[in-house]
Design a protein around this ligand. Structure first.
Ligand code: C5P
Length: 299
């Protein structure tokens, strides 16, 4: 029988944003091949692990009602995949809307894995077998284990970190509609799209990077918008804001991001748009500098 985790651990599970998302093909097993530039936000869920004799799970926070807190939760499913994992009572503070294209469930599962590894150093977070099993639980989990700006290929398991990526100021908006990822893949008309061109060199400034992003795509956006027209309203609201440089959907939606020159401009836009659309989930954020906060804090 495994022991309790020896100490309390708190792990930040940041939102994942697909700055680009090119769908380049489909495998014989139905999974889609992706080519995506992913960055992590400074908004996210928080997972706390406390010593316990049996697995326990509770969810708290503004989005807790939408997630199961029993064995169905990805946190417990991920923990069960780790051979001989120490027992913990998990408290998940759910801040991210579910089924929203920003990796919430995968971020939580990855946080559980990172937390258990941090609490018990003999568990290797880079164990390939475990990572493979986690991939079968969610294609976004491997990238959420790393939490660094990266180019993602394969079905989500090939991760190439992008060095010295500039921090981007953004506003995230979810119109409060849950989107089913398989439904969006199914509704796509074209699955063999061109890959993403090479990302500009490290020295690239933000203005050039935004221009480069403008020329890229989210190949799921059209299909997702057909299923959920509210995505078009969000896209138009962001594009209509005077300070927004670029707006696009993340993942399979419905969350969209808008990019802004400065943190102040993003904060002002979040205030303006919250006033116009009080029913939406709207957060100003910084993308691309989260790796440090994702490292578990031991207390
Ligand atoms: O993120 P997750 O692995 O849970 O994906 C949910 C579903 O989306 C998968 O079961 C699969 O149908 C589809 N998917 C896909 N190609 C990917 C990722 C997900 O077809 N690369």
């Amino acid at each position: 029988m495994s022991m309790p985790v020896p100490q309390v651990v708190e792990v930040f599970a940041p939102a994942k944003i697909n700055l680009t998302l090119h769908v380049t093909g489909q495998r014989p097993d139905g999974y889609h091949l992706l080519d995506s530039l992913v960055a992590f936000a400074d908004v996210g869920d928080v997972l706390r692990l406390e010593p316990a004799d049996v697995w326990q799970m509770k969810t708290v926070g503004p989005e807790a009602e939408a997630v199961p807190d029993g064995a169905e939760n990805l946190v417990l499913k991920a923990a069960a995949l780790l051979d001989g994992a120490p027992k913990a009572a998990f408290t998940l503070t759910k801040n991210l809307p579910v089924a929203s294209g920003i990796g919430g469930g995968s971020a939580d599962a990855a946080a559980a894995f990172r937390g258990l590894c941090a609490a018990t150093p003999h568990h290797d977070p880079n164990n390939i077998d475990t990572q493979r099993r986690l991939l079968s639980l969610g294609a976004d989990i491997p990238m959420c284990l790393h939490c660094v700006t990266a180019r993602i290929t394969g079905i989500g398991e090939e991760i190439t970190p992008v060095a010295q990526f500039p921090a981007l100021h953004a506003v995230l908006i979810n119109p409060r509609v849950a989107v089913s990822t398989p439904a969006v893949f199914k509704a796509m008309k074209q699955r063999n799209n061109p890959p993403m061109p090479d990302i500009p060199p490290e020295s690239c400034d933000v203005k050039d990077l935004v221009e480069w992003l403008r020329a890229q795509r989210n190949d799921m956006q059209e299909a997702a918008t057909t299923l959920e027209p509210a995505i078009a309203t969000v896209q138009a609201a962001l594009e209509g804001h005077r300070a927004c440089q670029l707006a696009r959907m993340s993942g399979s939606g419905a969350t969209c991001f808008g990019l802004f020159h400065t943190a102040q401009a993003a904060q002002q836009a979040a205030r303006d748009l919250s006033r116009d659309y009080p029913q939406w989930w709207i957060r100003p954020t910084q993308l691309g500098s989260q790796a440090e906060r994702a490292v578990p804090r031991l207390s």
